[in-house]
Design a protein around this ligand. Structure first.
Ligand SMILES: *Cc1c(COP(=O)(O)O)cnc(C)c1O
Length: 380
């Protein structure tokens, strides 16, 4: 063998996960939950880029017993890493993949009544949570169709273990959003109430995501499906500054300096020669690009990275695998040094929220697009 199995992990571009901060966030979020409500962390999209298996194992050590994913294959990955307990698939699963649900004891969301019939016709028992559409109009059977929802409990092959709805304006601060959220909750709990008295008494009912828990903890239910807040973030910087609990970011993103160059005034750099040096300029080429999830929209000075505690603006167009930064005036930068793309260096820091703002999107998109080439390294 020319390389060891557990080889060096920080060779090119990598993610560092803070176990301590993850534990801190679990503690903070649990403190918000009423007694009968459990944390049901959302590990979809590779745990918002953090690394689903690694995060799930840490959570399992902390006593977490229920998880959400978006797809059946994400659920399979968790089972293969030794995750026990409930794994709820929040999204659509194709009938050809129903066998995975059974083989790996995954719980499937009933995305609507027609889908329930397809699930039922598979002919073998499948554990499900019923999605109830209370106004988002994405997935779930319409709350108004109570008879259809009732009928699901009598389908021979569905084992209904829970019901949930998803709030679509829980992040809103204005009165209209608050009224809409109250209406969604009322519709949901009315539906649950109708079912509980007639069809089933031990249902798990859940309604809250991160913003729901932070803004409407009184709506609790049996589970809180927490994604973004678990990772110490919210969708935007403004929301985070108003956050009622103290959360800590779990992820840092770093990349190696591959090469350092001197440009004379008038020389250009990168694709389309999008950067031209106005003066003598020192550049560093970083071993990370848009294929790793660094948005190309941060090109040409929109974004920056940190090297030796100093800010180095991105110059030219971000490439698929590489990025150029201006390190003029930052002493002692050498090939092999680490640049911080998300995280802290000296007194400076760049958050995923900063990147999101610069790229015109939300934190969730930045994180969930962090690619498979990035190694995930668990730190203390
Ligand atoms: C993604 C998702 C969540 C988690 O949302 P966050 O805002 O990240 O906490 C919860 N429920 C459903 C149905 C989701 O799709």
């Amino acid at each position: 063998m020319f390389f060891r199995k557990a080889g060096f992990q920080k060779g090119r571009a990598w993610i560092e996960i803070s176990r301590e901060n993850l534990r801190h966030n679990v503690g903070q979020l649990r403190a918000l939950l009423p007694k009968e409500c459990e944390l049901m962390p959302v590990l979809k999209a590779n745990a918002y880029g953090h690394g689903a298996a690694m995060i799930a194992k840490e959570l399992q050590k902390l006593g977490v017993q229920a998880f959400c994913v978006a797809t059946a294959l994400e659920g399979v990955e968790l089972r293969q890493s030794g995750i026990r307990g409930e794994i709820l698939v929040l999204g659509y699963t194709h009938p050809e993949q129903f066998s995975l649900l059974r083989r790996h004891r995954l719980t499937q969301t009933v995305v609507d009544f027609d889908y329930a019939q397809v699930l039922n016709s598979y002919g073998k028992e499948i554990r499900v949570h019923i999605g109830v559409d209370t106004g988002m109009h994405r997935l779930g059977e319409n709350w108004e169709n109570l008879n259809r929802i009732r009928h699901l409990f009598h389908m021979r092959n569905l084992r209904v273990a829970g019901m949930f709805t998803h709030l679509c304006a829980a992040d809103g601060e204005n009165e209209e959003d608050q009224a809409f959220t109250a209406m969604q909750a009322q519709r949901f709990y009315r539906t649950v109430g109708n079912i509980e008295t007639s069809e089933c008494t031990s249902l798990k009912a859940h309604i809250l995501g991160s913003y729901g828990l932070l803004h409407y903890p009184e709506l609790a239910g049996n589970y809180a499906r927490i994604g973004i807040a678990l990772y110490g973030l919210l969708s935007s910087e403004e929301d985070l500054s108003r956050c009622p609990v103290n959360l800590r970011t779990v992820l840092s993103l770093k990349a190696r300096v591959a090469s350092v160059k001197e440009l004379r005034a008038g020389e250009s750099a990168g694709y389309n020669r999008a950067f031209t040096a106005l003066r003598q300029t020192r550049t560093a080429t970083l071993a990370i690009g848009y294929a790793d999830g660094l948005p190309r929209a941060l090109s040409c000075g929109v974004g920056s990275v940190l090297i030796n505690g100093r800010r180095a603006p991105i110059i030219g167009k971000i490439c698929m695998d590489q990025t150029l930064v201006d390190i003029t005036g930052i002493p002692d930068v050498r090939p092999g040094d680490a640049a911080v793309v998300i995280g802290e260096s000296g007194e400076e820091s760049i958050s995923a929220c900063d990147l999101a703002k610069q790229a015109g999107t939300i934190t969730n998109e930045i994180l969930s697009r962090l690619g498979p080439r990035l190694e995930r390294v668990l730190e203390k």
